[in-house]
Design a binder for this molecule. Structure first.
Ligand code: DC
Length: 222
C-alpha cells in the first residue's frame, strides 16, 4: 500500500511523513533526498548540465541508500553519509534545476518504484501521486503560507549552523515553488484525488493525527 504525500517546500512533508510511517508501521521514503543526492553528486563532480553523456554516466554510478540508525533516517551516497550535506544551501538552490532534467527524473522514478515494490510505504515528494504512483491508495497534498514556511526553514537551518533572514528564505521558497510547479517534466501539481491539507495553523501532532485518521478511514472503507 502506498500513501503519497506531495506539496510545496517546507510545508511539513518530511516531518509528518516520517511520523505517519512510524504510526502505521510503513517504510518511509524521502524522494526529495534522492534529488538532493544527485544534485550533490553533480556539484562534487563539476557536471555541466548541458552535457547529457557525462550526466548519464555519473547517474549510472550513483547509488543512494537509506538507513535508520538510532531512530535517525540517514542517506548515503555511494557509501558516504551525506544526510547533512544534502540540506545545505548550495544543494537547495541548485536542486530545482537538476530535478527538471528528464534523465535524472527517469533514473530516480525507476528506483523509487523499485524500492516501494516490496513494502507498504509513505512516500513524499512533488510528483508521487501524479506520476510515480498514480494509483496510490491515499494521496495528500500539503500547502502552507509562505511566511510560516520560511520560519520553519529558518529553524532547520539554524540546526545546521546556517543563518538566513526570513525574507531571503521566503524569496528562495517562492522561487523554488515556481520552478517546481512550472517545469515541463512532472511539475508539482495536486492530483485530482489528493486530499489538500493546509498546515499553516496546524502543529505537527495535529497534522499527523489528521492524516493517520484519513488513511485509516480510507483503507477501512476499501
Ligand atoms: O522536498 P525537498 O525540499 O527535499 O525536495 C528538493 C527538491 O527536489 C525540490 O525542490 C524539487 C525536487 N523534487 C522533485 O522534483 N520531485 C520529487 N518527487 C521530490 C523532490
Amino acid at each position: 500500500m502506498i500513501v503519497a504525500i506531495d506539496g510545496f517546500a517546507a510545508t511539513g512533508k518530511s516531518t509528518s511523513a516520517k511520523l505517519i510511517a512510524h504510526e502505521l508501521g510503513f517504510t518511509y521514503l524521502d524522494t526529495g533526498a534522492m534529488y538532493r543526492c544527485v544534485t550533490l553528486s553533480f556539484l562534487n563532480n563539476d557536471i555541466n548540465l548541458e552535457n547529457k553523456l557525462s550526466l548519464i554516466a555519473l547517474l549510472e554510478k550513483t547509488e543512494i541508500e537509506f538507513k535508520n540508525r538510532r531512530n535517525e533516517n540517514l542517506v548515503f551516497l555511494n557509501g558516504e553519509n551525506v544526510s547533512a550535506d544534502i540540506r545545505k544551501t548550495e544543494v537547495t538552490s541548485y536542486v530545482s534545476k537538476v530535478s527538471s532534467i528528464s534523465e535524472v527524473r527517469n533514473f530516480l522514478v525507476k528506483s523509487q518504484r523499485e524500492i516501494a515494490k516490496n513494502y507498504d510505504c509513505v512516500i513524499e515528494g512533488r510528483d508521487i501521486g501524479t506520476v510515480v504512483f498514480p494509483n496510490a491508495e491515499v494521496k495528500f497534498f500539503l500547502v502552507a503560507d509562505s511566511q510560516i514556511r520560511a520560519e520553519r526553514r529558518h529553524l532547520e537551518l539554524l540546526e545546521l549552523k546556517e543563518k538566513k533572514s526570513i525574507k531571503t528564505l521566503m524569496e528562495e521558497i517562492q522561487k523554488r515553488d515556481s520552478l517546481d510547479s512550472n517545469r515541463e517534466n512532472s511539475p508539482l501539481q495536486k492530483a485530482k484525488d489528493a486530499i489538500e491539507v493546509d498546515t499553516t495553523k496546524m502543529t505537527i501532532n495535529s497534522q499527523v493525527e489528521f492524516m493517520v485518521n484519513k488513511v485509516k478511514l480510507i483503507t477501512i472503507g476499501k
